[in-house]
Design a binder for this molecule. Structure first.
Ligand code: SF4
Ligand code: SF4
Length: 73
């Protein structure tokens, strides 16, 4: 029997304040902050470095102070 799909975080880069909370709280180390070009300069953005590591616990979504994370299938 197939496992049901897990929700994973999607990051809204427009409202993310790059606080690193999500990367720090993730129990599996699935999130990292990488330097990316935002269009108006370089800044840090959260990325899911390895989707297989994410267990879909939604801790990142719950603790994000700016509401920049949404769990999606
Ligand atoms: S916790 Fe939210 S605001 Fe902070 S880096 Fe992660 S997505 Fe951005
Ligand atoms: S849902 Fe849980 S395991 Fe997945 S990235 Fe967020 S904190 Fe990490």
């Amino acid at each position: 029997m197939n496992k049901p799909p897990k929700e994973k975080p999607r990051f809204d880069r427009e409202i993310c304040i790059a606080c690193t909370m999500c990367a720090n709280i993730c129990p599996t180390g699935a999130i990292d902050l990488e330097i990316r070009n935002s269009g108006s300069g370089f800044r840090r953005f959260p990325v899911l470095t390895d989707g297989k590591k994410c267990i879909g616990c939604s801790a990142c979504e719950q603790d994000c102070p700016s509401g920049a994370i949404q769990m999606v299938l």
